[in-house]
Design a protein around this ligand. Structure first.
Ligand SMILES: N[C@@H](CCC(=O)N[C@@H](CS)C(=O)NCC(=O)O)C(=O)O
Length: 247
């Protein structure tokens, strides 16, 4: 299936799900509670945006806010990201992502496709977490860690995904359908490109993948300035996280 047909079919299914609600009943928007930055919440924002789902955000700026969330029993293990949706209070990033992938039909067609989506998404999440955590290191360590990320991307992660696309021969990573794995790989590519703009120069299939997935309407919209996509961590973000979590 080509990328346009797959993404059109995907958008139609998303609309139908909304229409399954009782007439006059509006689906409440998911509410995301995290710092005003990428961190562990960014992939959740990406996946909701890719699914065409609008969401609200509450940003944690103070220790008091965080303590109140804990006191109210909203943080299962005392940690964020926190997502409230479908009458549930959810924590644990991967659990939230896999719920969203299943709910919005971005999780392959059967168990064998699902485990591949998980495997690929886990890999890109590992890579992105290395970048997210580097922001909290000393300047020297940060530089070293980020150089290591670029090296790992070039020598391990991107060659693996280039081969997957080559062997698979489809527009998407799993099956011939858009999935969570595609969304997260694009997120990871763009993040590593912020560290080294030429990182894809030896990966022609990944380059084409990036262009293709970026043109899916929901993703294209999320990539526009002014969307809920967050910028790389700056010193204010790092200071706020340190202050709130008492790091
Ligand atoms: N396994 C959890 C880890 C969450 C996590 O470590 N969150 C950090 C903020 S990004 C936190 O809340 N730390 C406070 C703590 O662990 O006490 C997940 O992936 O959601």
């Amino acid at each position: 299936m080509d990328v346009k047909r797959s993404s059109r079919a995907f958008q139609t299914r998303a609309r139908q799900r909304e229409e399954d609600l009782e007439p006059g009943v509006m689906a409440a928007k998911p509410k995301l509670c995290y710092f005003r930055g990428r961190g562990r919440m960014e992939s959740i924002r990406w996946l909701l945006a890719a699914a065409g789902v609008e969401f609200e955000e509450e940003f944690i700026e103070t220790r008091e806010q965080y303590e109140k969330l804990q006191k109210d029993g909203r943080l299962l293990f005392g940690q964020v990201p926190l997502v409230e949706m479908d009458g549930m209070v959810l924590t644990q990033t991967k659990a939230i992502l896999s719920y969203l992938a299943a709910k919005y039909d971005l999780y392959g067609k059967d168990l064998k496709e699902r485990v591949r989506v998980d495997m690929y998404a886990d890999g890109t999440l590992d890579l992105m977490m290395m970048i997210a955590l580097a922001a909290f290191k000393t300047p020297g360590e940060k530089e070293e860690n980020l150089a290591l990320v670029v090296k790992k991307a070039k020598t391990s992660y991107f060659p693996a995904f280039e081969k997957i696309l080559k062997d698979h021969g489809e527009d998407f990573l799993v099956g011939n359908k858009f999935s969570w794995a595609d969304v997260q790989l694009l997120e990871a590519i763009l993040m590593v490109e912020e560290l080294d703009a030429s990182v894809l120069s030896d990966f022609p299939l990944l380059k084409a993948f990036k262009t293709r997935i970026s043109s899916i309407p929901t993703i294209k919209k999320f990539l526009q300035p002014g969307s809920q996509r967050k910028l790389p961590p700056d010193s204010h973000y790092v200071k706020t996280v340190r202050k709130v979590l008492q790091l």
